[in-house]
Design a protein around this ligand. Structure first.
Ligand code: MLT
Ligand code: MN
Ligand code: ZN
Length: 306
């Protein structure tokens, strides 16, 4: 299995357009040891097939251009076989609207995510330019199915959606109560090698099911949004704490670094890193602590071969 990180930052990216926090100012000025990052999305493939995108960020156009593996091989063509969504947040879904140039798309999502994106969304009409422009394939929780592209041909990658504590996208919060289908992690198994990827970019907490998916995996990507629960209020950036946003912090006694210390995965990678997070500074004590525990911090362009 080959994995390419297209974007590693949380919603807003790094730096974020309206943010003057020390990290965002420092990376703009070149005064801190940190690299800009686009919003989270990765591409995955097995041998001999095209790429599957996990999430489509608002920066999808630059992300495709930044990686020759995603460039067209014919006058009208894309190596992108399908897109898989892990929740309906705009940093994961807005890119779909940018892929509107009359190309058939296959999108894997839970039924809740599909409805959240398509219902009452006048802009979705841009993806209804011809019959069959978007084929939605339903992910049901806890069952494994083989990923396939537009032609329906199997990819050799088998996927299972795992419910993860999370929340509704902010723009849907007023519309109802949450549901296990609102936020998922993905287990992806390559049939030929048996290698497993666990992709959990947004996790408000750990459950036995999440724990099992992470324990099984050869490579884990996990929610690295915040180092600490009060990271935003402590920097004068509003009142929301990490748990209000359903992101388990990395640091501290209850954090994911402590909770996930026993994982056997040879690659353990934090992704969806918020611009305020000290992990972004290559020489910070927090970064050293995570690295000493065997974790990497995703960067754009990073590749993993499993
Ligand atoms: C999140 O990950 O919590 C969301 O992307 C936040 C947002 O939509 O701004
Ligand atoms: Mn996000
Ligand atoms: Zn910032």
């Amino acid at each position: 299995m080959r994995i390419r990180v297209l974007g590693s930052a949380a919603g807003g990216g790094f730096p974020q357009w309206n943010c003057g926090c020390p990290n965002c100012r420092g990376v703009r000025a070149g005064t801190i040891r940190a690299t800009p990052r686009r919003q989270e999305s990765i591409a995955v493939r097995s041998d001999g097939t095209g790429w599957f995108l996990l999430n489509t960020s608002p920066e999808i156009r630059e992300q495709i251009e930044s990686f020759p593996g995603l460039h067209p091989q014919a006058p009208r063509h894309s190596p992108i076989q399908a897109i898989v969504l892990t929740n309906g947040d705009l940093d994961h879904t807005l890119g779909l609207l940018s892929l509107r140039e009359s190309h058939p798309l296959v999108v894997y999502a839970t039924e809740r995510m599909r409805r959240g994106f398509t219902e009452g969304n006048v802009l979705y009409r841009t993806l209804q330019r011809f019959p069959g422009q978007v084929t939605w394939r339903a992910l049901s929780l806890g069952s494994e199915s083989e990923l396939a592209g537009v032609d329906g041909k199997g990819s050799g990658l088998w996927i299972e959606a795992v419910p993860v504590p999370g929340k509704l996208p902010i723009h849907l919060e007023s519309q109802g109560v949450g549901d296990p289908e609102d936020n998922i992690g993905l287990r992806i198994r390559e049939a030929a090698t048996g290698r497993r990827l666990a992709y959990f970019p947004a996790a408000g907490g750990l459950t036995p099911m999440v724990g099992k998916a992470l324990d099984d995996a050869d490579c884990v990507f996990f929610d690295g949004t915040f180092w600490s629960g009060d990271e935003l209020p402590a920097q004068g950036l509003g009142t929301k704490r990490a748990d209000d946003m359903a992101h388990l912090p990395v640091g501290g006694p209850g954090g994911s670094l402590a909770a996930l210390h026993g994982l056997r995965a040879s690659r353990r990678i934090y992704i969806h890193v918020n611009n305020t997070n000290p992990l972004l500074r290559e020489d910070s004590p927090e970064r050293k602590e995570a690295e000493a525990a065997g974790w990497e911090i995703a960067g754009d362009g990073m590749e993993v071969s499993l």
